[in-house]
Design a protein around this ligand. Structure first.
Ligand SMILES: Nc1ncnc2c1ncn2[C@@H]1O[C@H](COP(=O)(O)OP(=O)(O)OP(=O)(O)O)[C@@H](O)[C@H]1O
Ligand SMILES: [Mg+2]
Length: 324
């Protein structure tokens, strides 16, 4: 897979469409021979640990898998409180004083009272991991970072929060830091991918998110249609009654064929309707001007074996992102 330029892959989408699954599969896919990727979770739900069947992950970068391409995947669960302590240490060298602040509950207070601050800390930590490469300095460097991000309804706000901060703090280290984060997020190094199902609601949310990202000058990447059935299925008109069907079923030796024909026709009609709806949703997505990739519904469930299957499918696709 060629990924010239893109180093931060942000994976959003409507709730439950498969953001965590797709983010994990993409991190695996990007782990080519000798390459190292970081999979980051920002909503503290331990979805990555569940997916990789490991115990709860700490606020530390841990190797969790080897990609099908032979590279390494690390995982990080970003915790806003810990990230705030990191910041205080970085800017004010607080050290032990930071820990004291935590003991008296000040850190918890700060991150709970100001939800925007949480987002500043979470995006800041992710961008710090992205920027590590090329700094020739501290910490493990990654070829790519994949973020399991908040859902479509919140994504533009979440990624844009540092823009507001840079405006509030007009000078000083916080202004500088907020600007550095926005530089990464708006650059060609970042692509925001949107996971959807071929259903009306998630497709509408995808279209809305693309519009919001573009309005905020944030780089939309690819649309991932998850749990898709093959587009090749041909919809044929199914009649309400078909006396020939019962006869054929009887000839085929099925007992109770007369009672089977009705329900079978109903199912056929529903299938045809679903295909027509999916065709309409595909057309809607095609109109967004972004690459659209489809991942199949894994009938055996998205377990670890399924995850690797998805990763192999993702490896050969273009993840460089589309036009803004
Ligand atoms: N391609 C697939 N085939 C079959 N099952 C899938 C597929 N992708 C995801 N799933 C399953 O769908 C469910 C939702 O997936 P996932 O947790 O990745 O979604 P999410 O968008 O991260 O959800 P949330 O909004 O709760 O964070 C999970 O049970 C997952 O195993
Ligand atoms: Mg999730």
């Amino acid at each position: 897979m060629s990924v010239p330029g893109t180093r931060l892959h942000v994976v959003s989408g409507k709730g439950g469409t498969g953001k965590t699954t797709v983010a994990a599969a993409l991190a695996l896919a990007l782990a080519e021979r000798g390459r190292r990727t970081l999979l980051v979770e920002v909503e503290g739900r331990q979805g990555i640990a569940q997916l990789f069947e490991t115990e709860a992950l700490p606020y530390a970068e841990r190797r969790i898998a080897i990609g099908p391409g032979g590279g390494e995947v690390y995982a990080l669960v970003v915790d806003a409180e810990q990230a705030l302590l990191d910041y205080l240490q970085m800017f004010y060298k607080l050290g032990g004083a930071g820990r004291a602040l935590r003991r008296i509950g000040a850190i918890d207070f700060a991150t709970t009272v100001a939800p925007g601050l949480r987002d500043v800390l979470l995006t800041g930590k992710v961008c710090e991991a992205v920027r590590r490469r090329g700094q020739g300095g501290t910490g493990r460097a990654y070829d790519a970072v994949v973020m399991d991000a908040p859902p479509t309804g919140r994504i533009a706000r979440f990624l844009g929060v540092n823009h507001e901060v840079a405006g509030l703090a007009r000078v000083g280290p916080i202004h500088h830091q907020a600007q550095a984060v926005m530089r990464v997020l708006k650059s060609a190094e970042t692509a925001v991918h949107l996971v959807t199902l071929l259903e009306e609601m998630p497709v509408q949310e995808t279209a809305d998110a693309v519009a919001e990202l573009r309005a905020a000058d944030l780089p939309a990447g690819a649309v991932v249609v998850n749990m898709a059935r093959p587009a090749g299925d041909v919809a044929v008109p199914v009649p309400d009654h078909d006396p020939g069907l019962a006869a054929a079923l009887t000839r085929a030796g099925l007992r109770g064929a007369g009672r089977l024909a009705g329900p079978l026709l109903t199912e056929g009609r529903e299938h045809t309707q679903r295909l027509a709806l999916e065709r309409a949703q595909r057309a809607e997505l095609a109109g967004l001007g972004l690459p659209v990739h489809e991942l199949p519904l894994l009938t055996e469930g998205a377990d670890l074996a399924g995850l690797y299957r998805l990763a192999r499918l993702l490896r050969d696709l273009d993840w460089t992102g589309g036009a803004r």
